[in-house]
Ligand binder design. Structure first.
Ligand code: SIN
Length: 320
């Protein structure tokens, strides 16, 4: 085996963003700078060679099935190469947690796949992307590192727990009560928890996902004061779906109040939806804390998952 490689896959985001000419760095366009330029001049971790590949160039708010399919294909390709130690994926912060969760659920790799990002564009005088990218490379090169991880502002998170919790701070992510996997400090990793556990690859799921032309439709319903049950009735009405030319809803994720409770109007509507064959999962709109299944739970709990991750989990289950 020749020199070990770390492959950096570019998907866009603010880390590849450029400020509009003469504007301050808060006014910029994401996904402009090619990944090959992001890695130019970066020193590879000692003993490694860096490769890069542009998989997509998008603002991650626009993430879709086609980009996920391409990213999965390229991850599978590179992870299978004996001389590749790990992957780094540059990604927008906005849906980073969804991509991380998808990759961990489908691939659960024995090698590290490290997503990284930035809160300031690449050409800002105080850009945070280069340091985040250097830290991600350090994690990918660390002996024993495995699974899908996210690195931002010197912190390492597991894919299951990572969540964007701040709209503007550089330290924009948290793993909540699960805690960080560790920190990167001056080129070294201080680990606080186990790496995400590898699993046998979900080959069937991967195949179905790569062939899919659409994901099963699953929507998120937020419970709040003065909620209206008709919102759910309209969402699951097949005639409404047909009118808009979209597939009917197959699942609903409830982002409930507090411990996953739900306004009584929504509860009645969710019960009607479930009786009509729509899968309903319960999560919470709180950032922190774990939902406990309750005896005689009408709506099963999406244990340990935020609403967006519960939605993805349900879509993958329905696809499978
Ligand atoms: C994006 O998610 O692509 C834009 C925002 C960001 O990266 O912070």
């Amino acid at each position: 085996m020749g020199v070990e490689k770390i492959v950096v896959l570019g998907t866009g985001g603010t880390i590849a963003g450029l400020a509009a000419p003469a504007a301050d760095s808060r006014v910029y366009v994401a996904a402009q700078k090619p990944v090959a330029e992001l890695v130019t001049g970066l020193a590879a971790p000692s003993g490694f060679e860096l490769l890069s590949e542009q998989v997509a160039q998008i603002d991650s708010k626009d993430m879709d099935l086609a980009v996920w399919q391409k990213l999965l294909q390229r991850c599978v390709h590179w992870l299978a190469q004996a001389d590749v130690r790990g992957l780094v994926i540059t990604h927008g912060t906005d849906t980073l947690e969804e991509t991380a969760f998808l990759l961990q659920t489908v691939l659960a790799p024995r090698k590290p796949v490290v997503l990284t990002c930035a809160m300031r564009p690449a050409d800002a005088a105080d850009a945070d992307g280069p340091q985040n990218l250097r830290d991600a490379l350090v994690v990918a090169a660390t002996a024993g590192a495995q699974g899908v991880l996210a690195v931002c502002a010197g912190r390492i998170f597991g894919a299951q727990d990572v969540q964007k919790v701040h709209s503007s701070r550089l330290d924009a992510f948290s793993a909540g009560e699960a805690g960080d996997v560790g920190r990167v400090h001056q080129g070294h990793v201080d680990r606080q928890r186990d790496w995400p556990q590898p699993r046998e690859p979900q080959e069937m799921l991967l195949e179905v996902l790569l062939r899919a032309s659409a994901l099963p439709r699953v929507e998120i319903v937020l419970s709040h004061a003065a909620a209206c049950g008709a919102t759910v009735d309209m969402l699951v009405d097949p005639a409404a779906a047909a009118r808009f030319g979209v597939p009917p809803v197959r699942g609903l994720v409830l982002a409930g109040t507090g411990g996953g409770t739900v306004h009584h109007e929504l509860e009645a509507a969710l019960r009607r939806a479930q009786a009509g064959g729509v899968r309903v999962l319960r999560s919470t709109r709180c950032n922190d804390g774990f939902l406990q299944p309750r005896p005689k739970d009408e709506f099963p709990v999406a244990a340990g998952l935020s609403a967006v991750k519960a939605r993805l989990a349900l879509m993958l289950e329905l696809l499978h």
